[in-house]
Design a protein around this ligand. Structure first.
Ligand code: FES
Ligand code: FES
Length: 152
């Protein structure tokens, strides 16, 4: 089957019920999406399909119905996405394992909620767990990214 990932079309020869996460990591070689729980409970594997944040560990590859974006494709080679820049500014990451998923979830939030409240942020990010407890910095970075995207 063919998958478009970060703007590139890939031919992959895999079983229909292979999780998208395995395809991305083992077949295409994108290691940004992480394996955390495998049961859609931690968010480490979050990617976008058609711009919507999904848990790739629980998405069969045959159910992918549009272009996939991973953290590697969130920005461009020349410019980080505002979320990535804000994460850097706030030095959000500790061990970093969860952070690709966190940024993908945050980017999706800001794509439809340009001025998120604390409640909006907490609700949107509630399925993305961080063992290192970086939640206060995540919230601050989301607010900074929102301002950047609004040009303020
Ligand atoms: S690895 Fe997919 S949600 Fe945890
Ligand atoms: S930064 Fe370590 S799990 Fe989130």
């Amino acid at each position: 089957m063919q998958l478009t990932v970060n703007g590139t079309v890939h031919d992959v020869d895999v079983e229909d019920d292979m999780p998208l996460l395995w395809v991305l990591r083992d077949e295409i070689g994108l290691n940004g999406p992480k394996y955390g729980c495998g049961v859609a409970a931690c968010g480490a594997c979050t990617v976008h399909i058609n711009g919507v944040a999904v848990r790739s560990c629980q998405t069969f590859v045959s159910d992918v119905d549009g272009p996939v974006t991973t953290i590697e494709g969130l920005g461009t080679p020349d410019e980080m996405h505002a979320v990535q820049a804000a994460w850097l500014e706030h030095q959000v990451a500790q061990c970093g394992y969860c952070q690709g998923g966190q940024m993908m979830q945050a980017a999706e939030l800001l794509s439809h909620t340009p001025e998120p409240s604390d409640v909006d942020i907490d609700e949107a990010m509630s399925g993305n767990l961080c063992r290192c407890g970086t939640y206060p910095r995540i919230r601050a970075a989301v607010k900074t990214a929102a301002k950047t995207l609004q040009g303020t």
